[in-house]
Design a protein around this ligand. Structure first.
Ligand code: 5RP
Length: 249
């Protein structure tokens, strides 16, 4: 649990030192500095390891500066980050419309469409992203691509109800995915269970030239709860680059 909260449990990247962590931090700091201003109050907090640097930056401002903000979580991890750092917790039921959401991503294409759900949180992440007037992604340069599927080879995360997972795998094969895989917990003791009590299938479709079309096809499969394709949702992406700079996309 601690490893997850520290950012290592999503299977993507570990919290710690090194160039990658440094550029993730820079991207996150820039997003906070540009968008978490006194003109916003309700803030969605995404999930994953890069988000930890968003919270780190907020905390540097001190308690008083954060007192007017309400933070809406997208996962168990993100709720834990908010609560245990003394930030004010809100709920999307209380605030169905929020000002800004900042989240990480597994890959972002040239049109700012994204693959998300490397940590299995994409259902709640999408709800909170859609609730926001502005949706911002923070990531390192490894996630920056022209076309989805170019860099993130693990597949598109698809949350499914347990009862339907074998059926959904069969239907994903008909849609052209060669090897849809039920995501297993690291210890291989059983499948990964999402915060909503569901399972996750990772489905690699090669290069995704029409993410909107693929999203609609997968979402129509009975038993699918949400697909980790975020299409036409992102307003701006902050990438931490290998040379230490941050670029906006
Ligand atoms: C979790 C997500 C994360 O935002 C995504 O996996 C990126 O994580 P990280 O910042 O650790 O690379 O979508 O469901």
């Amino acid at each position: 649990f601690d490893e997850w909260v520290r950012g290592g449990g999503d299977g993507n990247s570990g919290f710690g030192g090194g160039v990658i962590e440094e550029v993730k931090r820079k991207a996150a700091y820039q997003a906070v500095d540009h968008h978490i201003t006194n003109s916003v109050r309700l803030i969605g907090i995404g999930s994953g390891s890069t988000i930890e640097y968003v919270v780190e930056r907020l905390l540097q401002r001190g308690k008083e500066a954060n007192a007017n903000f309400v933070f809406i979580p997208t996962s168990f991890q993100s709720r834990h980050l908010i609560v245990h750092n003394g930030l004010t917790l809100g709920d999307v039921d209380q605030y169905p419309e929020i000002d800004v959401t900042i989240d990480g991503a597994d890959e972002v294409d040239e049109n700012l469409n994204a693959i998300k759900g490397g940590g299995g949180c994409h259902l709640r992440e999408k709800v909170v992203a859609e609730a926001a007037k502005k949706f911002i992604i923070v990531a390192d340069y490894r996630k920056n691509s022209k076309t989805l599927g170019e860099k993130w080879k693990q597949g598109i995360p698809i949350e499914v109800i347990s009862f339907a997972h074998t059926r959904v795998i069969a239907e994903l094969k008909k849609l052209g995915c060669e090897n849809p895989t039920l995501r297993m917990a690291k210890a291989k003791a059983g499948p990964v269970i999402t915060d909503n009590g569901n399972l996750v299938i990772d489905a690699y479709f090669g290069l995704v030239n029409s993410p909107g079309e693929l999203l609609r096809k997968i979402k129509l499969l009975t038993g699918v709860v949400e697909v980790g394709l975020f299409v036409d949702m992102t307003d701006v992406v902050y990438f931490g680059n290998a040379d230490g700079s941050v670029s906006e996309k």
